[in-house]
Ligand binder design. Structure first.
Ligand SMILES: Nc1ncnc2c1ncn2[C@@H]1O[C@H](COP(=O)(O)OP(=O)(O)OP(=O)(O)O)[C@@H](O)[C@H]1O
Length: 236
């Protein structure tokens, strides 16, 4: 099995306390891995660790077997959309993506294709300040895609999406994985994740559960949500 991303005993201390400790799990090719946990569980820290934004206190997190920071053209391998990656509001969506593409250093012109892919082609000339929350979310995903990556790292991608947007995101992630890509997706929306994830990691500072969606659901008598609460209650 080809592994796109890997956490090996990854720990990050914030002040005197571990934000995450001893995380060990993989993101295999062709799979969507859902990262879930309560507020402050360390999901964003884990994603930031994987994408070189925070340094491990111990252990490591790698993409394609190496540190993200050592990739020559990271956006061509890993598409990242994390919380706080804000867009200059005076730019149009298209211009923003053109700049992302330039920064990604890719040879091909992917902007129009990606705009179509996230269903923003009709809004591409609008300024980002006039975008709705859901449109901004799609633009964030588009900027992750513009380098043509194999691995996506997305923090709460369903936030702000309307039911149609959520359906679109589900289809998009399934197609991305079916084409051999992979995605590590943090989410609070368990019902949604249940529709899209192949594997689930439940995090609360440490990994409380990792396994297939089916294994998680079995623990919860058929429901990921029930499994989640059961596992968290067991960790109290
Ligand atoms: N820059 C920072 N400095 C100090 N502590 C931090 C920093 N960022 C996060 N933390 C702490 O690390 C822990 C994990 O936070 P993190 O944001 O990774 O969790 P999360 O699971 O993404 O939360 P949420 O679901 O609320 O987004 C929390 O206790 C948080 O207070």
């Amino acid at each position: 099995m080809t592994i796109h991303a890997s956490f090996e005993q990854f720990s990050k201390k914030r002040g005197t306390r571990f934000a995450v400790e001893g995380l060990t799990f993989d993101v295999p090719a062709g799979q969507v891995v859902g990262l879930i946990g309560p507020n402050g569980a360390g999901k964003s820290t884990a994603l930031a660790g994987l994408t070189g934004l925070v340094e491990a206190t111990s252990g490591r997190a790698t993409v394609f077997g190496v540190d993200y920071r050592s990739l020559r053209r990271p956006a061509g391998r890993v598409g990242v959309n994390l919380d706080g990656m804000d867009v200059e509001p005076g730019l149009t969506g298209r211009r923003h993506l053109q700049i992302c593409q330039l920064a990604a250093g890719v040879d091909s012109d992917n902007v129009e294709r990606v705009l179509e892919q996230v269903d923003l082609a009709g809004e591409a000339n609008k300024k980002v300040r006039d975008y709705s929350l859901g449109m901004k979310q799609r633009l964030g995903i588009a900027s992750a895609l513009v380098g043509n990556p194999q691995l996506l790292v997305l923090d709460e991608p369903a936030n702000g999406l309307d039911p149609e947007g959520i359906q679109w995101l589900r289809r998009f992630l399934r197609e991305f994985a079916a084409a051999g890509g992979s995605a590590l997706v943090s989410s609070h929306q368990l019902m949604e994740l249940e529709q899209v994830a192949d594997q689930v990691v439940i995090l609360k500072q440490t990994v409380l559960f990792r396994g297939t969606l089916e294994e998680a659901k079995t623990l919860g008598g058929g429901s990921l949500e029930a499994a989640y609460f059961k596992i968290l209650a067991g960790a109290q």
